[in-house]
Design a protein. Structure first.
Length: 285
């Protein structure tokens, strides 16, 4: 069976390529990316050029592929990502792909104020109604996304975050390993999986975890939502991106990612790494 992986040079995409190559013959794996040259280091890997913003070339990029994973793009300009994903699904249908796996998010929903969850919802609906076999792998919030704040907390002794509900942070590489499980084992058609971590942590729990894994005194300091927005503005991010990040954070704080499943273990064949183990490992590097 020929497996295709889009977004193959991104961090999640490359992780997925590596996990898939560990479970399938290289001759069965095609990596599709805007930058094939970036994948030259992966020996034996077949690559094809593919850009969701240039749909004319996508049908050729997807030809001959039986199982295709679509990794979401990171383009948060309103409307852009929905069109990119929709064009990719149309191209997959035209190319005769049998089974499309979409890496979605936990809690997708129509929400004009949340470009991330809104575009995942629209893409899921498009795929479900496309006529191809489908599987959804909804990811939780990356544990990796805690790392910069964790490093700052270790340096300052205070972990600063807006108070809110806990989230079941999942390590990016565990999402990749779970997706490789879908790609390389039979079945999975019409199933929605949730790649989550093994525990849910709120901001105070993150501070406590950091104190435990580093052996240092680290306290939790409450940040206001306004301070968070001002920090993003000070970093010079464009308004659409700030709105996208803020919308995602509002959803986290409302509990949209407080969902724990065993799907990573089921699909990857190994338990999901806890935030404590990930942070201990990552902070030691
Ligand atoms: N759950 C979370 O907490 C979380 C956090 C960050 C990101 N994400 C999502 O997960 C995705 C993968 O994350 P990552 O960590 O791998 O980020 P990344 O390293 O920045 O990768 C971005 C990805 O988007 C793809 N992409 C961008 N524009 C594209 C286009 N026009 N056509 C096709 N593909 C395009 C890239 O593919 P190529 O460059 O290979 O073409 C690459 O796979 C992100 O795009 C984002 O949607 C989720």
């Amino acid at each position: 069976m020929t497996i295709g992986i889009t977004g193959a040079s991104g961090q999640l995409g490359l992780g997925l390529v590596r996990h898939t190559l560990a479970r399938a013959a290289a001759s069965d794996v095609v990596a599709i990316t805007r930058n094939p040259a970036k994948l030259a280091e992966v020996s034996g890997l077949q690559t094809r050029a593919g850009d969701f913003s240039q749909p004319a070339g996508l049908v050729d990029a997807f030809r001959g592929i039986e199982r295709l994973v679509i990794i979401p793009t990171g383009d948060l300009q309103p409307g852009v990502r929905i069109k990119q994903h929709s064009d990719a699904i149309d191209a997959a249908v035209k190319a005769g792909v049998k089974h499309v796996i979409y890496i979605s998010s936990v809690s997708p929903r129509p929400d004009a104020k949340n470009v991330l969850l809104d575009s995942h919802f629209a893409t899921e609906q498009k795929l479900i109604h496309s006529g191809v076999d489908w599987t959804l792998l909804r990811m939780s919030v990356y544990t990796d996304s805690l790392l910069n704040a964790a490093k700052a907390a270790v340096a300052s002794g205070a972990y600063s975050a807006v108070p809110g509900a806990p989230a079941a942070y999942v390590v990016r590489d565990d999402i990749a390993a779970a997706a490789a499980g879908i790609l390389t084992t039979p079945g999975h058609v019409g199933i929605t999986y949730h790649a989550t971590g093994p525990v849910s942590l709120g901001p105070a729990d993150v501070a406590e975890t950091l104190a435990k894994v580093t052996g240092k005194a680290i306290s939790y300091t409450e940040m206001t939502a306004d301070q968070q927005r001002k920090g993003l503005e000070a970093a010079g991010l464009p308004p659409f991106l700030i709105d996208g990040i803020i919308g995602f954070n509002v959803a986290i704080r409302a509990g949209a990612f407080d969902l724990i499943t065993n799907d990573v273990a089921r699909l990857a064949g190994k338990p999901a790494e806890s935030p404590a183990d990930f942070l201990r490992r990552a902070l030691a590097q």
